[in-house]
Design a protein around this ligand. Structure first.
Ligand code: UDP
Length: 319
């Protein structure tokens, strides 16, 4: 596949055809890396990587990393980003979600160890569950229901963190853990059920925006380019414990819906639906660690990021 040389690191991205995996791939290629993308297309899409066709620094392997992974040649770094990641996706694929967080993490760590490569796992703010500490700092252990519908994702990612630290401590692999908070931007799937594509899609299709519960629950939304920048910096650091990457600007879901209505000029208002089981009531990252260790903080204003995202979805609605 690729052979090691000092000029162009060889980097594997699992979930490489997904929303974040494909943005990460673009950033790595721009930084001069050679990239091997892996995806099984459960939730990823060829449309996210079709612009890479013919790029001689890019290779793609269609595989499920919950099974044994065979990557020929040298590898310098592994990013494990494969997983269903929206609540409706992991409700639809509960067992693949558990497997890719558990077995997929074991296999990708094994790949990194065998190749002498560095490693970064995409973990999540879901490790904090429905948090009793606000905002969430990395030293908070969380409040997770292991057997609820979200448990398949939350517990798989908590296991993934434990496995990653074990490979670091026991095998000396150079590992990193990012806890990703709500992120949005182009290449999200219109119908992945997450609030950003759901509300933008509804607004553009002339439907009311579906607020779950009373809309008083909060989220903090980070634009994808900011998130990828934090992750890239973390991958180059010598820090091994989890780091929150997200945007601390917090708002209620009702406020978020009102912003979408204002920006799109939608006319159909809000519609209230039942709150999903175990839906976290608050979420906001404490990014002190990222600021201190990585010199990172988000730069894209909510208004600008949302407008970019709306323009991405505009030609895709109604299809
Ligand atoms: N949500 C909503 N309407 C929707 C989709 C989601 O009110 O059509 C709410 C959801 O209940 C949650 C928040 O928006 O409180 C964020 O949901 P999302 O699925 O984006 O991700 P989460 O942060 O829950 O993982």
């Amino acid at each position: 596949m690729f052979t090691r040389d000092s000029a162009s690191p060889i980097t594997v991205v699992t979930g490489g055809a997904g929303f974040l995996g494909s943005h990460l791939t673009d950033r790595l290629l721009a930084e001069g890396h050679r990239v091997i993308g892996i995806d099984n297309f459960i939730t990823g899409s060829t449309s996210n990587i079709e612009h890479l066709a013919g790029n001689d620094r890019y290779r793609f392997i269609k595989a499920d990393v919950s099974n044994f992974i065979f990557v020929p040649g040298d590898v310098d770094f592994v990013f494990h980003f494969a997983s269903p990641a929206s609540p409706i996706d992991y409700l639809e694929h509960p067992i693949p979600t558990l497997k890719v967080g558990a077995l997929g993490t074991h296999n990708t760590l094994g790949l990194a160890k065998a190749k002498g490569a560095g490693y970064l796992i995409a973990s999540t703010s879901e490790c904090y569950g429905d948090p009793l500490v606000h905002p969430q700092k990395e030293d908070y252990w969380g409040n997770v229901n292991p057997i609820g519908p979200r448990g398949v994702y939350d517990e798989a990612k908590r296991f993934a963190e434990a496995m990653t630290m074990a490979y670091h401590r026991f095998h000396g692999v150079n590992t990193h853990i990012v806890r990703i908070f709500n992120t949005y931007g182009p290449r999200m799937r219109l119908r992945d059920g997450r609030v950003v594509p759901a509300f933008i899609g509804q607004a553009l299709e002339g439907k009311p925006l579906t607020i779950f519960g009373d809309g008083s629950q909060t989220r903090s939304f980070c634009y994808c380019s900011d998130l990828i920048d934090g992750i890239y910096r973390l991958s180059r650091s010598d820090f091994h414990e989890p780091v929150n990457i997200g945007n601390p600007r917090e708002m209620t879901i009702k406020e978020f819906g009102e912003h979408i209505i204002r920006i799109t000029g939608a006319k159909h208002g809000l519609e209230y639906k039942p709150l999903p089981v175990d839906d976290p009531k608050v979420r906001q990252p404490d990014i002190t660690r990222a600021k201190t260790i990585l010199g990172w903080e988000p730069k894209v204003e909510f208004e600008d990021g949302i407008r970019e995202t709306i323009e991405y979805f505009r030609p895709r609605v109604g299809k």
